[in-house]
Design a binder for this molecule. Sequence first.
Ligand SMILES: [Fe+2]
Length: 334
Amino acid sequence: MRELASKRITGYVNWRRNRRKALFGDVLESLLDDIFARGPDHLAITGDLVNLATDNEVDVATAWLEAVGDSLSTSVVPGNHDAYVPGAYDKVAVAWRDYMTSDDARRIRPDNGLFPYLRVRKNVAIIGISTATATPPFVASGYFGIPQARRTVELLQEAKQAGLFRVIMIHHPPVRRAAIWHKRMIGIGRFGRVLREAGAELVIHGHTHLNTIHWLQSPAGLVPVVGIASASQGPGGKKPTAAYNFFTIDGKADDWSCRLQRFQLPEDGTKTPVEVSDDDLTKPETVPPGHIPPELGQDDPEGSPLSIGKAFGEDGDEREPADYAAREEPDKRR
Ligand SMILES: [Fe+2]
C-alpha cells in the first residue's frame, strides 16, 4: 500500500467498496461503510458467510472477504452454514485459512486443525473457536468438544500471563436458551467450565441474529457474552435490522475498560446506522439485561438480570452424538 499514490489509494478503496457492494448488496455495504468510518483496528466476523456452502458461494464469500480487509486486520470464525454439507468445512478452511489461523504457524496441529487459534493485536488476544460441523437437515447446532476446550484453556492462560485482554470469538452463543434446541451449541456447560477455569474478558458470537448481552462466570467476575444482529438483514424482517458491535478496549491487565457501542440500521430504510446503545462492559450492574425472545423462554425468573441461571448447571442435555465424538478421534489419541 505504501507505494500507492493517494489518487490510486482512492481508486483502490472505491474498487474494494464497489466490489463488496456488487457481491453482497446495499445493507451490508452500508454497515461496512459506517464501521470503517470509525477507523477500527480490527474486524471480527463471527460466521455464516455463506448459506448453502456451494462452491460458488464460497468463492463469492472469499472474494468479499478479501475486499473487506486483509487477514491481519480481519478475523473469522466459521458458522454452521459454513459447514452446511459434508466437505464444505474443508473448503472454507482452505479458502479463509489466513483469516482464521494462529499467528504462530506452529500452533496448527499435524491434522491441520486450525482451532482454537490465537492472534495477538496490540494488547488484545483474539481466540477463535470453531463450532461448525455438518448437521442433519433442519438442524443448525454447533459443537464444542473436549480437545478444543482443553486447548482453549491453555490459550486463555497463556494470554492472561502475557497481560492481554482476551476476546473469544465463537459462532454459537455459549449460553443456555439463547438459541432454540435444534440451533443450540452442544458443549455449553463445557464452555462455561472453560471460562470458570481460565477466564476471559469478552466473548462475542453470532448465529442468533439478535442484539444480546449475557454474562458468564469467571474467576475474576462476570464475562460479557455479546451477540449481534445479522450484518445483512434489511428492514421489515422477523429479526432486527443489520447491526454491528463496536468495542473500545483500553487499560492494562486487571484494569481493563471495555466500551460497547451498538449501531443499527433504522427500520425506515435509512442507509446510515444509528447508535442504539452505549454500555460499559466492565460494570455489569449498569448494563441492561440480555434479551431472549419469548419463544425461546424467559430469563431465569429467580435470577437477577446478571444471573445466567442454568448456564452454570451441569450438562443435562449434552449427550454427544457418535459422529461428533468421531470427529475428534485424532485428538483423543494424543
Ligand atoms: Fe448460524
